[in-house]
Each structure stands twice: as C-alpha cells, then as structure tokens.
Design a protein around this ligand. Structure first.
Ligand code: PMP
Length: 300
C-alpha cells in the first residue's frame, strides 16, 4: 500500500502521524467547519463553490482560516498530487485550534487545518442499481435560527442521531424533517422528488445545506428541459412521488425506492433519476478543473 499523506498544519504527515491535540476545540466542542470535495480523473469538481462555502461557514462563526482561498486551493491540489490519486474524496477540516478547556475561542491562537485525500464510496455499487430504502426519523433538522444548516460546521451530532435512527430501522439513510414537519434533507445529502415531470427540492429556508451536488443537479435537470422548483414539501409528497433521489458529494445521485415502507414508483430507480445520474457523471469529468500546483505555498 502506498503511503497516505495528510496535510496537517503546514506539513505533510503520514496517516499514523496525523494527530491533533485533545485540547483542540474541534475535538472538545465541535468548534470548526469542514468541506467534502471530489476529484474525478484529476479534476476537482466545483472547487470555487466548495471554497466559497468553506470560507462563508468560517466567516459566519468568526473563524479565521490561516490561508487565503488561493493558498488553500493549492494545498488541496498538492495533497492530491502527493497521494498520487486521480479519483478521490477530499476532506478539508478547519477547527478553532488548540485552547484551554473552556469554551472561549479567543484562547485558541491558530486554527488547525487538515486535508485528507482518500478513495471513498459511501454506498455500495449495487445500491446505485437497486436504489435505497430509507425512513423519516424523529430527529429534526437544526432550526436555521438556532444553528444555521448553511454553516457546514463540525457540529454534526444532529446528523449522527439521524444515522443512528437509520441503523435502528435497518436502512442505510434517513430523512430529517424541520421543526414544522417539512422535509429538510438526509443525514449528509439533499433530497429531490419528481412529480408529474417536475423536480422539487426543499429551499434553503426549510433547513437544508446549500448542497453543491444539489445545485449541479438543478443545473443539469434544467439543461435537460425539466422544470425544477425549490418548494417545501411534506412526507405525503415524498410517499406519492413518481421518483425520489438523494444528492451529495460522497453519494453523488442515488435513487430512493422505498420511504417508510411506501414503495416509490415501481420500486426501482426511475428513468429520470438514472438520466440525471448519467449526466452528472459525465459532467463531473468535463466540468472539473485541474488545479496547478507550481506556486503552492512553501510546505514540506
Ligand atoms: N446536507 C448535509 C447535511 C451534508 O453534510 C451534505 C454533504 N456535504 C449535503 C447535504 C450534500 O451537500 P454537497 O452536495 O455539497 O456535498
């Protein structure tokens, strides 16, 4: 197995040596932000959008990322290159850094920055053929006025609880509703339904992450001539939809064929979902950009 290199605070270290302090506030309090990004055939998909979301999330929680967007982009490109991979999932984590045991972020002088590059497929290949069975769960999405779902923070307890409920129900993913009972999103993915030829996905104010795959799929669907509406919908709308699918950087586009025991359509991935997945896979290769590393900041 070739060595896996991880970028950790200005240097590249091996996986075994990639350690952060127990006084890091990312560990103590989930104080930080992160991104999940994909590289396809050496091209990074929608890098600008990922960087924008990361820096906006950090701004929202007054976290100073100690690199410019351009520098961090090059660090990510360098980490990909150092690991000699063409197709991979990239995790970028920026935590508040090391402080004392108290909450006070002003006692953390410097953010910790981690870039991990590794092969990943969250759902087995067969599930893309068969589609997922999912449930809706009791855990509600954070209210946007409590902790904005637009901030991709390290506070994922809410999402972890969803995953636990999915496991308890013997399925691999689940949908959260918001505090008003409208469908928000999955534990780590956005949701779409198709009804009478029109795709619907919850708008941001319902309480979903502003998913980059979601936005790419909206672009693709519109280019293919579909109508797409960002409108709140309920569980009833999901149960009676013609097709249902989830989107995410890790999940890509994956069909859902059963929700809370209700079969969706014919109980197999729908033709429109399949069309979107095919176009999405074509698009990620074409649209991704190579990030050149000549002027990477001076990190060993
Ligand atoms: N919602 C949540 C809560 C997520 O963690 C993710 C994964 N980043 C998504 C949606 C999908 O967003 P994206 O397409 O940007 O990966």
């Amino acid at each position: 197995m070739p060595e896996q290199w991880i970028f950790l605070n200005d240097e590249y270290v091996t996986k075994e040596n990639a350690k952060v302090s127990v006084y890091d506030h990312g560990f103590l309090y989930g104080d930080g932000v992160f991104e999940g990004i994909r590289v396809y055939g050496g091209n990074i998909f929608r890098m600008k959008e990922h960087m924008e979301r990361l820096y906006n999330s950090a701004k929202s929680i007054l976290l100073n990322i100690p690199y410019s967007e351009d520098e961090l982009t090059k660090i990510i490109a360098n980490t990909i290159e150092k690991n000699n991979v063409e197709d991979a999932y990239i995790r970028v984590v920026v935590s508040r850094g090391i402080g004392d045991l108290g909450l006070d972020p002003y006692k953390c002088p410097k953010a910790s920055v981690v870039v991990i590059v590794e092969p990943l497929s969250i759902f087995p290949k067969e599930l893309y053929e068969s589609g997922l069975e999912i449930v809706t769960v009791a855990t509600r999405r954070n209210r946007p006025d409590v902790l904005s779902p637009k901030v991709k923070s390290l506070n994922y307890l809410n999402n972890v609880l969803v995953k636990i409920e999915a496991h308890l129900a013997n399925v691999s993913e689940a949908l959260m509703l918001n505090d008003q009972g409208y469908v928000a999103e999955g534990s780590a993915d956005n949701v779409f339904i198709l009804k009478n030829g029109c795709f619907y996905t919850p708008p941001g104010y319902v309480g979903a992450l502003d998913g980059i795959t979601r936005n790419a799929v909206i672009d693709i669907a519109q280019e293919l001539g579909y109508e797409v509406k960002e409108e709140p919908f309920t569980r009833h709308d999901v149960y009676t939809a013609d097709e249902v699918f989830l989107t995410g950087t890790a999940a890509e586009v994956i069909a859902v064929v059963k929700v809370d025991g209700r079969t969706i359509g014919d109980g197999v991935p729908g033709i429109h979902t399949k069309k979107l997945l095919a176009k999405f896979r074509e698009r990620v290769v074409l649209e991704g950009v190579k990030v050149y590393t000549e002027s990477t900041p001076n990190v060993s």
